[in-house]
Ligand binder design. Structure first.
Ligand code: DX5
Ligand code: ZN
Length: 216
């Protein structure tokens, strides 16, 4: 089973973002994770299209863009044009999720749907066959550095069961509070992609942490 790592640049040093992207380029990371926040869907504002566009000029890994925004449909095309390879939208933010997923695919990107910690896995039943990835939030979205919610392991096992029977190529990504301990248990439960922000960028040697997560 695939075991991938996606450092979240939310915790990077924005004064030296290029240096942190270079570090990711040289590391064993598989994707670069971007947390886009609109101050409406989540109680925080981060960064948007121009930042992703700039990073895309020097990034050597696929850009994994996590949209924590309401009504994402208008912004799918500009985010893909800016360089997004994977676009994740929130189940809770989409009125017509099937339409949004098809829209992402129509621009040539991989489509992923994210569930907040309180949203049951069962809501994926009629969309899972169309997805390239499911993102499970293991903290409430909006901030880095929060405590991992233990109920996530159960949800990973539930999604694993669902995709194994319907769409085995679909990946499971988990986001929030990932470290060596939670990461190992998540891989064991059937997760494929670990997002890590503060654990990577808060370390003295971020590339070493990325390698450590890959080897769990
Ligand atoms: C939270 C973001 C996460 C965040 C993870 O809204 O989606 O990607 O950056 O941060 P850590 O790894 O610090 O919990
Ligand atoms: Zn994220």
């Amino acid at each position: 089973m695939k075991r991938l790592v996606a450092p979240s640049i939310l915790s990077a040093d924005f004064n030296h973002l290029g240096k942190d992207i270079e570090m990711i380029n040289q590391s064993e990371a598989d994707y670069i994770h971007f947390d886009v926040m609109d101050g409406v869907f989540v109680p925080n504002i981060s960064f948007g299209i121009p930042v992703i566009e700039h990073v895309n000029r020097i990034a050597e890994k696929p850009l994994d863009v996590h949209l924590m925004i309401v009504n994402p449909d208008h912004f799918i095309e500009p985010f893909v044009k800016a360089g997004a390879s994977i676009v994740t939208v929130h189940y809770e933010a989409c009125k017509h999720l099937h339409r949004t997923v098809q829209l992402i695919k129509s621009f040539g990107a991989k489509a992923s749907v994210c569930l907040n910690p309180h949203t049951p896995v069962a809501v994926l039943e009629d969309i899972i066959q169309d997805l390239d990835m499911v993102l499970l939030m293991s903290v409430n979205p909006g901030f880095g550095g929060q405590k991992f919610i233990e109920n996530t392991y159960k949800k990973v096992r539930q999604v694993r069961e669902l995709i194994d029977s319907v769409n085995p190529d679909c990946l499971i990504e988990v986001d929030g509070g990932v470290n060596f301990e939670t990461g190992a248990k998540l891989f064991e439960a059937g997760a494929n992609v670990l997002v890590a922000g503060s654990f990577v960028f808060g370390a003295e040697n971020p590339a070493e942490i990325i390698s450590g997560l890959k080897q769990l």
